[in-house]
Design a protein around this ligand. Structure first.
Ligand code: LMG
Ligand code: NDP
Ligand code: PMR
Length: 365
């Protein structure tokens, strides 16, 4: 752990110097020289064995992210890079979950700061591990906030963290995924039923709606523009649902732009209603008390953190889930199926427009 901690908090002077010397291509070259090939013919039986995969998971310090990290680590086939804003919380959570200390590395990432995202990318490259799968899982939900809060770059927090931070991260790590020699490379962005208005859950007010994206185009900062993507008044629950629509649209736009060229599988999913996670930490106590039994006994949409973690781990590693551009869901017996997205969450024109505005906001265009 000491070494891992040191690696992930490289003094910025050192990282800056290293960056000048070698941006990604050079680091990739070094990495290629030291990393093991994806298939090693080493076993005495002569059978070829797959090397350990490396999966980056954002928000792996609790809930779904932690359960997925644990499920992957337990197979012995995966090393998990836990990309978390609270280093101590993450390492304690991994320990408490019983994860072997060699099965994970915690690297600091605060998605509420684009500088932190860029620094994370540099730090993770310096680990000189291949990057085979990236899971954009972290999220904030502010259903009771009366006023918006903002990321370091001045974006409304829910969309800033859940969508824009992940958008920059995913764009940056695409080249790393592309240069991995792992047989099935994947970029997964966690979506949700509540952003899909073709479901009952997606029709509980306030409903997701990106409108014509005028608020996003204006910078989402509440200064010259609205803090809501559609240009409306601040509503924390709607901002979260809008951000999940952005996540699902982004996955599809990645698929259209890059699947053929890179061979990377792009996927999203709704893992079920994990009513006990930290996501609801800002909701009123009565909600937190009633929501789990409501989902368990009335909607029957409830799923435990452990089960949801197994589902996401399947999307990471199951050899049968290689199809790209899919939004996965599960039926009551935990069998996966390709689900239909709502009209808005599958609107290709909106996805393109969202992509173009987002790349301007995060400084990629
Ligand atoms: C809004 O408030 C905020 O105003 C908004 O700003 C934003 O934060 C938004 O989406 C977030 O929330 C939400 C408020 C009103 O809801 C609550 O805070 C409480 C929500 C409740 C959750 C359900 C409680 C139900 C109690 C059931 C007890 C379970 C016990 C199980 C025991 C089983 C034993 C066998 O939310 C609303 O949308 C208004 C709805 C008001 C609802 C109340 C109760 C309805 C209960 C049942 C509905 C049945 C529907 C059945 C559908 C079944 C379909 C198969
Ligand atoms: P949790 O709150 O348990 O986990 C969210 C994680 O995101 C935490 O690890 C949190 O870190 C991290 N996080 C929050 N803000 C930042 C930030 N600025 N930078 C880095 N990390 C951050 O919620 P869930 O496990 O429920 O949520 C995981 C995903 O699942 C989300 O994408 C959510 O939208 C999705 N989802 C959840 C459902 C549910 O029913 N719970 C249903 C459908 C989808 P920290 O530990 O430091 O707070
Ligand atoms: Mg919802 C019928 C099924 C169903 C499912 C699968 C969910 C999932 N919800 C359903 C129904 C209902 N919910 C109904 C009928 C109501 C009115 C009583 C209801 C209410 C409700 C609230 C107030 N539900 C919620 C909230 C939240 O604050 C959660 C939210 O919207 O967060 C954005 C939520 C959720 N319901 C779900 C899921 C998965 C959530 C968590 C949100 C998410 O992760 O996307």
């Amino acid at each position: 752990m000491a070494l891992q901690a040191a690696t992930s908090f490289l003094p910025s002077a050192l990282s800056a110097r290293k960056e000048r010397v070698s941006r990604s291509a050079d680091i990739r070259a070094q990495t290629a020289a030291v990393s093991s090939p994806s298939v090693t013919p080493a076993s005495p039986s002569g059978k070829k064995t797959l090397r350990k995969g490396t999966a980056v998971i954002t928000g792996a310090s609790s809930g779904l992210g932690l359960a997925t990290a644990k499920a992957l680590a337990e197979t012995g086939k995966w090393h998990v890079i836990m990309a978390c804003r609270d280093f101590l919380k993450a390492s304690r959570a991994a320990k408490a979950a019983g994860m072997d200390k060699d099965s994970f590395t915690v690297v600091h990432l605060d998605l509420a700061s684009l500088d932190s995202v860029r620094q994370f990318v540099r730090n993770v490259r310096q680990l000189e591990m291949p990057i085979d799968v990236v899971v954009c899982n972290a999220a904030v939900y502010q259903p009771t906030a009366k006023e918006p809060s903002y990321t370091a770059d001045g974006f409304e927090m829910s969309v800033g963290v859940n969508h824009l931070g992940h958008f920059l991260l995913a764009r940056e790590l695409l080249s790393d995924l592309q240069s991995s020699d792992y047989p099935s490379k994947r970029l997964i962005i966690v979506g949700s039923i509540t952003g899909n208005t073709n479901t009952l859950a997606g029709n509980v007010p306030p409903k997701a709606n990106l409108g014509d994206l005028r608020g996003l185009a204006g910078g989402l900062n509440g200064v010259g523009s609205s803090v809501m993507i559609d240009g409306g008044e601040f509503d924390g629950a709607k901002a979260y649902k809008d951000s999940k629509v952005c996540n699902m649209l982004t996955m599809q736009e990645f698929h259209r732009r890059y699947h053929e060229e890179t061979g990377v599988t792009f996927a999203s999913l709704y893992p079920g209603c994990i009513a006990t996670t930290g996501l609801f930490r800002e909701h009123i106590p009565l909600f937190r008390l009633l929501f789990p039994p409501f989902q368990k006994y009335i909607t029957k949409g409830y799923v435990s953190e452990e089960e949801a973690g197994k589902r996401l781990a399947q999307v990471v590693s199951d050899p049968s889930l290689t199809k790209s551009g899919v939004y996965w869901s599960w039926n009551k017996n935990s069998a996966s199926f390709e689900n239909q997205l709502s009209e808005e969450a599958s609107d290709a024109d909106k996805a393109k427009k969202l992509w173009e505005i987002s790349e301007k906001l995060v400084g990629l265009a």
